[in-house]
Design a protein around this ligand. Sequence first.
Ligand code: SAH
Length: 434
Amino acid sequence: MEAEGGKSDSRPVVPSADARDPAYFQYYAQFVHQQNMLQDTVRTSAYNAAIVGNGPTMFKDKLVMDIGAGSGILSYFACQAGAQKVYAVEASDMSKKIQKLVDNASRRNPWLKDRIEVVADKIENCNLAKVDTLISEPIGVLLVHERMIESYLVARDRFLKPGGAMIPSNGNIYLAPFTDANLWTQTMAKVRFWEQSNFYGVDFSPLAQDARDEVFGQPVVGCFDSRILLAQPVSHFVDFMTITIAELQNIVIPFTWKVPFTALIHGIAGWFDINLGGMILNTGPYAERTHWQQVRFLLKEPLAVNAFETVKGWMRLTVNMSRSYDIVAEIVTGDETPTSDPADITAEGAGDERATPVGYGKRRGAWALHEQTYVYGADLDYSKVRPEFLAMYTPENAAPPEINMDIGMGIGGIPGLVDMDLTAADLDALVGRS
Ligand code: SAH
């Protein structure tokens, strides 16, 4: 197979993720990473409730397959929900730990005895019986990072009986514009080093643009305050019951957002939800935090919008050989139209044009979803700041925007002050009254 980073004129239509397998499965063979997922109680209890809650219809006396069983947790839940037999398919050496638990079942977990068959291989290499129910947690940042959903679909196509059940059955990717001058400035600070014209006599500035491309091409993973969002998110539905692997190679998400503020758009924020047997596990900024957190794609140059202006464009995600996606987005304001069709733009092509903004009121960005960088908590105490600190201004005399944020109109006589449970004393201090 083609080595990663190898030169080829025509990219394969379906680049394989296999090149990354050794490192990928080495990672999941470690207890610390399984524990991290198990201790995401939002995630683990959602799966527990979904499996136990759907016990009578999807698990009781059924044949079940757990794709990427990891510690085996979903297989154990399936047994608790009455499964007749569970295939626990796990390609990393964590499979040996599942086997050890199963081997000790009569002493420690009698209810597990003789009900789990550990399959220590990639699902793609398996030849197993057809089952009634598939369970899996194949989800990465922005739903699709790690490209493990493709393996889940392999299992569906080969091993699920007609009419069988899948947990999860579908999901949504959400995208919304955000403002965060603080994050943008922190990110730009990493680029500034390369703007120096005399570093031990060396002028680094010819490299500044490349540094900016690299740093801004890294998606920022971390939780944020939902009040930085400038519009209702758009959603993109992914149906695990019907979508094909080919359709996952190239995902285009068009967006139109109406922004009820005068603001600077610093980038596009993303998150997802998944449907677990009728229960929705939401990883958005309004929901309880999970280990996936949220992700933000910063623009190299912010885009200004006026209150009630419409911004539109598209984001395109194309699979790459790093078990992830190359992402390109174009975003335009007002009467501008996107300069290009997502089908015409390759990530590389976008790289040429993104060096400068593509026009007044137009921006394009390119990111590699696997080059993630992390932010741990905001420097600002968002519970105590005025919206102006976030570079977001509500229009004078405007009706409250129809958006999922608590925008106060005229609280304490201050137009546009966000209601964040400020006390009267806090308010007075903010406006300099005593
Ligand atoms: N189901 C567990 C682990 C989820 S993490 C839980 O919910 O806690 C995903 C797991 O799937 C990892 O342990 C990884 O090694 C495994 N995996 C990923 N791709 C796989 C494939 N193609 N075949 C088998 N296992 C796979």
